[in-house]
Design a binder for this molecule. Structure first.
Ligand SMILES: [Zn+2]
Length: 148
Protein backbone atom coordinates (compact mmCIF):
# COMPACT_ATOMS: atom_id res chain seq x y z
CA UNK A 1 0.00 0.00 0.00
CA UNK A 2 1.21 3.45 -0.84
CA UNK A 3 0.16 6.84 -2.02
CA UNK A 4 0.55 6.85 -5.80
CA UNK A 5 1.00 10.37 -7.10
CA UNK A 6 0.74 9.29 -10.74
CA UNK A 7 2.98 12.09 -11.87
CA UNK A 8 1.01 14.75 -9.97
CA UNK A 9 2.74 17.12 -7.57
CA UNK A 10 1.25 17.69 -4.12
CA UNK A 11 3.38 20.29 -2.36
CA UNK A 12 1.53 20.51 0.94
CA UNK A 13 3.24 18.20 3.42
CA UNK A 14 0.20 18.02 5.68
CA UNK A 15 -2.09 17.02 2.79
CA UNK A 16 0.44 14.30 1.99
CA UNK A 17 0.46 13.15 5.62
CA UNK A 18 -3.32 12.76 5.58
CA UNK A 19 -3.15 10.74 2.36
CA UNK A 20 -0.52 8.49 3.96
CA UNK A 21 -2.73 7.95 7.00
CA UNK A 22 -5.67 7.07 4.72
CA UNK A 23 -3.54 4.53 2.86
CA UNK A 24 -2.43 2.96 6.14
CA UNK A 25 -5.94 2.86 7.59
CA UNK A 26 -7.47 1.11 4.58
CA UNK A 27 -4.40 -0.99 3.87
CA UNK A 28 -4.81 0.09 0.24
CA UNK A 29 -3.22 2.33 -2.30
CA UNK A 30 -4.41 5.91 -2.52
CA UNK A 31 -4.42 7.03 -6.14
CA UNK A 32 -3.99 10.75 -6.64
CA UNK A 33 -5.69 12.15 -9.73
CA UNK A 34 -4.94 15.86 -9.26
CA UNK A 35 -2.71 18.00 -7.08
CA UNK A 36 -1.07 21.38 -7.41
CA UNK A 37 -2.62 23.62 -10.04
CA UNK A 38 -0.72 26.79 -9.27
CA UNK A 39 0.38 26.95 -12.90
CA UNK A 40 -1.01 27.72 -16.33
CA UNK A 41 -3.34 24.76 -15.79
CA UNK A 42 -5.29 26.92 -13.37
CA UNK A 43 -6.76 29.10 -16.10
CA UNK A 44 -10.51 28.77 -16.00
CA UNK A 45 -10.63 26.98 -12.67
CA UNK A 46 -12.44 28.40 -9.67
CA UNK A 47 -10.25 31.08 -8.15
CA UNK A 48 -10.93 29.90 -4.61
CA UNK A 49 -9.71 26.37 -5.26
CA UNK A 50 -7.07 25.23 -2.83
CA UNK A 51 -5.49 23.44 -5.80
CA UNK A 52 -4.44 26.88 -7.03
CA UNK A 53 -2.62 27.44 -3.74
CA UNK A 54 -0.97 24.03 -4.03
CA UNK A 55 -2.77 22.86 -0.91
CA UNK A 56 -5.10 20.16 -2.26
CA UNK A 57 -5.27 16.71 -3.78
CA UNK A 58 -7.99 14.67 -5.50
CA UNK A 59 -7.91 10.93 -5.04
CA UNK A 60 -9.56 7.53 -4.85
CA UNK A 61 -8.91 4.67 -2.43
CA UNK A 62 -8.13 1.40 -4.20
CA UNK A 63 -11.02 -1.13 -3.99
CA UNK A 64 -13.35 1.33 -2.20
CA UNK A 65 -16.02 3.40 -3.87
CA UNK A 66 -15.82 7.08 -2.96
CA UNK A 67 -19.03 6.97 -0.90
CA UNK A 68 -17.69 4.23 1.38
CA UNK A 69 -14.24 5.79 1.69
CA UNK A 70 -15.81 9.16 2.51
CA UNK A 71 -17.94 7.64 5.26
CA UNK A 72 -14.99 5.85 6.85
CA UNK A 73 -12.85 8.98 6.77
CA UNK A 74 -15.62 11.03 8.34
CA UNK A 75 -16.45 8.56 11.09
CA UNK A 76 -12.81 7.92 11.96
CA UNK A 77 -11.65 11.49 11.33
CA UNK A 78 -9.30 11.56 14.32
CA UNK A 79 -7.24 8.83 12.62
CA UNK A 80 -6.39 11.13 9.73
CA UNK A 81 -6.64 14.77 10.73
CA UNK A 82 -4.53 16.72 13.19
CA UNK A 83 -5.54 19.26 15.76
CA UNK A 84 -4.90 22.89 14.83
CA UNK A 85 -5.19 22.44 11.06
CA UNK A 86 -8.06 23.59 8.86
CA UNK A 87 -9.11 21.16 6.17
CA UNK A 88 -11.88 20.71 3.65
CA UNK A 89 -12.86 17.23 2.61
CA UNK A 90 -15.29 16.93 -0.29
CA UNK A 91 -17.12 14.00 -1.81
CA UNK A 92 -17.78 14.85 -5.46
CA UNK A 93 -20.51 12.34 -6.25
CA UNK A 94 -21.97 10.78 -9.39
CA UNK A 95 -23.72 14.03 -10.40
CA UNK A 96 -20.67 16.24 -9.90
CA UNK A 97 -20.19 19.22 -12.16
CA UNK A 98 -16.44 18.71 -11.91
CA UNK A 99 -14.55 16.49 -14.32
CA UNK A 100 -15.67 13.28 -12.59
CA UNK A 101 -16.39 11.58 -9.28
CA UNK A 102 -13.60 11.86 -6.74
CA UNK A 103 -12.63 12.71 -3.18
CA UNK A 104 -10.98 16.06 -2.55
CA UNK A 105 -8.76 17.01 0.37
CA UNK A 106 -7.55 20.54 0.93
CA UNK A 107 -5.82 22.38 3.77
CA UNK A 108 -6.60 26.05 4.12
CA UNK A 109 -4.20 26.79 6.97
CA UNK A 110 -3.42 26.30 10.64
CA UNK A 111 -4.73 27.91 13.78
CA UNK A 112 -5.80 26.99 17.27
CA UNK A 113 -9.36 26.47 16.12
CA UNK A 114 -8.55 23.97 13.41
CA UNK A 115 -11.41 21.95 11.95
CA UNK A 116 -12.41 19.61 9.17
CA UNK A 117 -15.25 20.79 6.97
CA UNK A 118 -16.98 17.86 5.28
CA UNK A 119 -18.85 18.81 2.12
CA UNK A 120 -20.82 16.92 -0.52
CA UNK A 121 -21.23 18.05 -4.11
CA UNK A 122 -23.09 16.22 -6.84
CA UNK A 123 -24.23 13.30 -4.73
CA UNK A 124 -27.75 13.86 -6.09
CA UNK A 125 -28.78 15.48 -9.37
CA UNK A 126 -30.17 18.45 -7.39
CA UNK A 127 -26.81 18.71 -5.68
CA UNK A 128 -24.78 19.18 -8.84
CA UNK A 129 -22.57 22.20 -8.34
CA UNK A 130 -23.90 22.77 -4.81
CA UNK A 131 -21.38 22.42 -1.99
CA UNK A 132 -23.55 21.16 0.85
CA UNK A 133 -22.11 21.21 4.34
CA UNK A 134 -22.24 17.70 5.77
CA UNK A 135 -20.37 18.17 9.04
CA UNK A 136 -17.79 20.39 10.66
CA UNK A 137 -15.57 18.77 13.25
CA UNK A 138 -12.95 20.23 15.48
CA UNK A 139 -10.16 17.77 16.12
CA UNK A 140 -9.69 18.24 19.84
CA UNK A 141 -7.67 15.03 19.81
CA UNK A 142 -5.94 13.12 17.07
CA UNK A 143 -4.85 9.51 16.91
CA UNK A 144 -2.64 10.05 13.92
CA UNK A 145 0.95 9.00 14.30
CA UNK A 146 3.16 10.05 11.44
CA UNK A 147 5.45 7.16 10.73
CA UNK A 148 8.98 8.02 9.74
ZN1 LIG B 1 -9.99 18.86 -5.77
Amino acid sequence: MAVNYNGKTVSDEEVKNVLEAISEYFGKDVNVTSGDRGTALSIGAGSKSLHLQNRAADFHVQDYDDATAYLHIKVFASQFFKTGERYEFIWHGPHTNTSGQHLHLGRSGSNANGYVKFLKEGVTSEGSGVYARDAVMQMVWSARSDSA
